[in-house]
Ligand binder design. Structure first.
Ligand code: ZN
Length: 153
């Protein structure tokens, strides 16, 4: 395993849409391991592949209950109930904004063995699902924050 460099705000890679993973090989396994190590080292709760410079639909999350690996994740459903709280990002150090997200989020993804699964997250995990999947679509939490502020007026 190796720690990778985290891409910071201003790099174009953070604004691009990622491509689905079509083949899970040892390189993908290595990437997943490296991403988990990088996330833990930086004391983050989530990391998306574009944050290490790769336009692949891969996310790792750890909200304190072990590493969750998501390949080609999609949001299946969200609760009507929302949560509003401070959000930050390893690519935008030192910046935190209040962002509203669904309280519960269900995602579908494939694991490192190519097996499809669904998973439901609540509170921080639901927020992490949204934040990290946004990354795969070139969206940052500060963009969501701006949108929400605009809509609130
Ligand atoms: Zn982020």
């Amino acid at each position: 395993m190796a720690k990778r460099n985290i891409v910071k705000l201003g790099d174009d890679v953070l604004k691009k849409k990622c491509r689905p993973v079509t083949m899970i090989d040892s390189k993908i396994h290595e990437l997943l391991d490296d991403m988990a190590e990088t996330m833990h080292e930086a004391e983050g709760v989530g990391l998306a592949a574009p944050q290490v410079g790769l336009l692949k639909r891969i996310v790792v999350i750890d909200v304190g209950e072990g590493v969750i690996e998501l390949i080609n994740p999609e949001i299946v459903s969200v609760s009507e109930e929302t949560q509003t709280g401070n959000e930050g990002c390893l690519s935008i150090p030192g910046r935190f904004c209040e962002v509203t997200r669904p309280k519960k989020v269900k995602v579908r993804a494939i694991d490192r063995h190519g097996k499809a699964f669904t998973m439901e997250g609540e509170d921080l995990l639901a927020r992490a699902f949204c934040h990290e999947i946004d990354h795969l679509n070139g969206k940052l939490f500060i963009d969501i924050y701006k949108e929400q502020q605009k809509n609130a007026k």
